[in-house]
Design a protein around this ligand. Structure first.
Ligand code: AOS
Ligand code: ZN
Ligand code: ZN
Length: 386
């Protein structure tokens, strides 16, 4: 196989999971903007996700969020997805929306609240059993706002205890993906603030526990690709929540704020052997002011563009420049790949897959947006504004 053929093959296999909540109305704590045609049910979210997959050919799974996507029959929902060429992906838990969780969930000082949070997490695993989902994504809003509010170490003990109980409940082919976030909604301490804390817990738990890197969950200037390289070396990178940030957890379209960073991340993924089914490429975004379906299509394309550039890095030339200490040549190899216009290559890949070369234009031509705007009245809020 020529090198270009190998790049094309890799691009044809890449799959990006889209989040159900990205199809719903969203906003900030200042305002949630309603858009015409927004889904009213989990099924309608899947209908929209099927559009993204139809035009990109690269978004075959959809992440659910419980309880935002609560239904009576999850096996039926999985069948509904299957009939539209989709599969249900990661199950995202929610232990942050009840009044009971004011002081935390599985780290809460009161055992009754911890039990309630655990029961929800067990319910999420039951849902995975019904849908065939392989991954449970855990993000905890737990933390404290004031020094002295609670004991930092005891909160870690409670976290470890809760995670261990959920871990035990996982089936052989199921994983738990632990997400970290350096602040918000807690501002003084966050119980899983960084990859080191997530890694330490996952290491103790065992091979079915891995870390999720949400690209928006780092302090400005953090070298995310270094984290990616490290987690891959340790076989602890479970997946990504892709999005973009300018300031905090902005949840903007992936690749919009810093496409160069996305390229650097994808390069480390490929370099570290992470371009395999094990590492989940998920989006975690909200489209507050832009049309949702084309924005999600655009996001998938942004991931593909960064991936294509990363695949084009001349690894032999890079290794040689690195070995001989030729700093400028090594940097130039990376920059050459990054500065390549990969849009014609991706258009070709799409044509070879029987897709339109321009997925956004194809979606606009389809008339789907006008149809859902006419048919759907009273679209659902994503559940949470961020
Ligand atoms: C929260 O900031 C995290 O990014 C979560 O992954 C996610 O946005 C939320 O829990 C929806 O599932
Ligand atoms: Zn996330
Ligand atoms: Zn987030």
């Amino acid at each position: 196989m020529t090198e270009l053929a190998a790049v094309k093959t890799a691009l044809k296999t890449q799959a990006v999971e889209t989040p159900s909540w990205a199809y719903g109305n969203s906003g900030t704590r200042f305002k949630v903007f309603a858009q015409p045609g927004v889904p009213r049910t989990p099924q309608e979210k899947l209908d929209d996700a099927a559009q993204v997959n139809e035009y990109t050919g690269a978004a075959p799974t959809v992440a659910l969020h419980i309880p935002w996507d609560k239904v009576d029959d999850y096996a039926a929902l999985a069948k509904y997805a299957q009939e539209r060429g989709l599969k249900l992906g990661t199950i995202n838990s929610n232990t942050f929306q009840d009044d009971d969780y004011k002081l935390g969930s599985i780290c809460h000082p009161d055992a009754t609240v911890r039990r309630k949070a655990l029961d929800h997490l067990f319910e999420c695993v039951d849902i995975m059993d019904a849908t065939g989902s392989k991954d449970l994504k855990l993000w905890f809003a737990d933390g404290t706002n004031y020094p002295g509010q609670d004991d930092i170490r005891e909160r870690q003990d409670r976290l470890a205890e809760g995670l261990a109980l959920v871990y035990e409940r996982l089936g052989d082919d199921q994983r738990m993906l632990l997400e970290y976030k350096f602040f918000e909604p807690a501002f003084y301490t966050t119980d899983v603030p960084d990859w080191g804390t997530a890694y330490a817990h996952c290491l103790k738990l065992g091979p079915k526990a891995q870390v999720v890197v949400d690209t928006g969950h780092h302090a400005p200037g953090t070298n995310i690709e270094f984290i990616v390289a490290t987690l891959l070396r340790e076989r602890k990178l479970g997946g990504f929540d892709f999005n973009s940030r300018f300031y905090a957890d902005d949840d903007l379209m992936v690749g919009a704020a810093d496409p160069f960073q996305l390229f650097r991340i994808m390069y480390e993924v490929i370099r570290g052997g992470g371009f395999t089914p094990g590492v989940a490429f998920m989006l975690d975004q909200c489209h507050n002011i832009e049309a949702k379906i084309p924005a999600i299509i655009r996001s998938v394309m942004n991931v593909q563009e960064a991936t294509a550039k990363a695949l084009l890095v001349d690894r032999t030339a890079l290794a040689e420049a690195q070995r001989t200490g030729d700093v400028l040549a090594a940097n130039a190899v990376l920059m050459d790949a990054y500065n390549t216009d990969v849009r014609p290559l991706l258009a070709q890949v799409r044509s070879e897959m029987g897709l339109d070369a321009d997925p956004v234009a194809a979606y606009h031509r389809s008339g789907y947006a006008a149809r859902i705007a006419a048919e759907r009245v009273g679209g659902q809020q994503a559940g949470w504004g961020a």
